[in-house]
Design a protein around this ligand. Structure first.
Ligand SMILES: Cc1ncc(C[n+]2csc(CCOP(=O)(O)OP(=O)(O)O)c2C)c(N)n1
Ligand SMILES: [Mg+2]
Length: 312
């Protein structure tokens, strides 16, 4: 197989000059390390976001194929959501991962860790060259994210249903500390079957928690089958609204819809916000799309080579 990791500097050579003009300041000459004034959120060039999304997809394929295990389907479905957050929306400093004013991101669907590691690495939290150690003995990049071992990982997740509660904790702490950060949490549709999600939903509304933006990666599948077969969550928009959340509904692969929905949710006061993002499990690779065989099974070397060809 060809070398699977690109130098991150190759990702977006054109964008750098452009973004330097647009952003208030750029700490490093890389697309990733950008700081935006929240009031005038500046959207990086669409082409650059798409290039990053492709790179993250290549990494997911490479990491899971090299490990021979992992969860590629649900990692591929949330790529645009993560790329938009880390490269266009969140205020964060990869060189200072515990900066108290950073925006938080909790990956509640912790099994999609390969996507998070790729996004963190290309943001500058750690060297992308360690991505191929994914799921290897001794690597910090284990199958489920460990916040003690990986800079930028806010919470150790993997036991589904817990991330929303953790995110509420961060959002309440923000209020107590009188800070202005946002907490973003990515949950999944199968995970929505977990009762704890709804306890958290009720709690957040009761305490009028704002600066909390949850996103549901609604790829319609969970481990064994389609979510509507296992335990249907519809009408999911009505459910969140009836729990007194502000709700937006978008195509989770469309960057402009993601930016627009986040901008609306950031303005919501005295209640939490949920973005229901319709996505495709296995998105980006023809034979993986809506093919739940790839929920918890890695592509073979041959499949990985084919997938990478599609992602060229
Ligand atoms: C509490 C808990 N029960 C079971 C599992 C095993 N598990 C891992 S992934 C998964 C299905 C997840 O489906 P979904 O939440 O829709 O995620 P996605 O489709 O985004 O991969 C299950 C049941 C788990 N991680 N945690
Ligand atoms: Mg799902």
């Amino acid at each position: 197989m060809k070398p699977l990791l690109l130098n991150p500097r190759q990702i977006a050579p054109k964008a750098i000059t452009e973004l330097k003009k647009l952003t208030r300041y750029v700490k490093h000459d890389r697309l990733q390390i950008l700081f935006y004034e929240r009031k005038s959120m500046i959207q990086p060039a669409l082409e650059e976001l798409k290039a990053l999304a492709k790179q993250v997809r290549r990494d997911i394929i490479m990491m899971t194929a090299q490990a021979g295990s992992g969860h590629p389907g649900g990692a591929l479905s949330c790529v645009e959501l993560g790329v938009a957050l880390y490269f266009g929306i969140m205020r964060h400093d990869p060189k200072n991962p515990t900066w108290p004013d950073r925006d938080r991101f909790i990956l509640s669907k912790g099994h999609a860790s390969s996507f998070l590691y790729s996004v963190l690495a290309h943001s500058g939290y750690f060297d992308p060259n360690i991505l191929p150690t994914f799921r290897k003995l001794g690597s910090p990049l284990q199958g489920h994210p460990d916040h003690r071992r990986v800079p930028g990982v806010e919470a150790s997740t993997g036991s589904l249903g817990q991330g929303l509660s953790i995110a509420i904790g961060h959002a309440l702490a923000r209020r107590l500390d009188q800070r202005s950060y946002f907490t973003y949490v990515l949950i999944s549709d199968g995970e929505t079957n977990e009762g704890q999600t709804w306890e958290a939903a009720m709690m957040a509304a009761h305490h009028k928690v704002d600066h909390l933006i949850a996103i549901m990666d609604y790829n319609k599948f969970q481990l064994d089958d389609a979510t509507k077969v296992i335990c249907d969550i519809e009408p999911v928009i009505d459910k969140w609204r009836s729990f007194c959340w502000h709700v937006e509904e978008i195509d989770g692969h469309d960057f402009s819809q993601i930016f627009k929905a986040i901008a609306i949710c950031q303005k919501v006061k005295n209640r939490p916000a949920m973005i229901v993002a319709h996505t495709i499990k296995g998105k980006g690779i023809s034979f993986m799309e809506n093919n739940n065989d790839f929920h918890g099974v890695a592509p073979t070397q041959e499949q990985a080579a084919r997938a990478l060809k599609e992602l060229e």
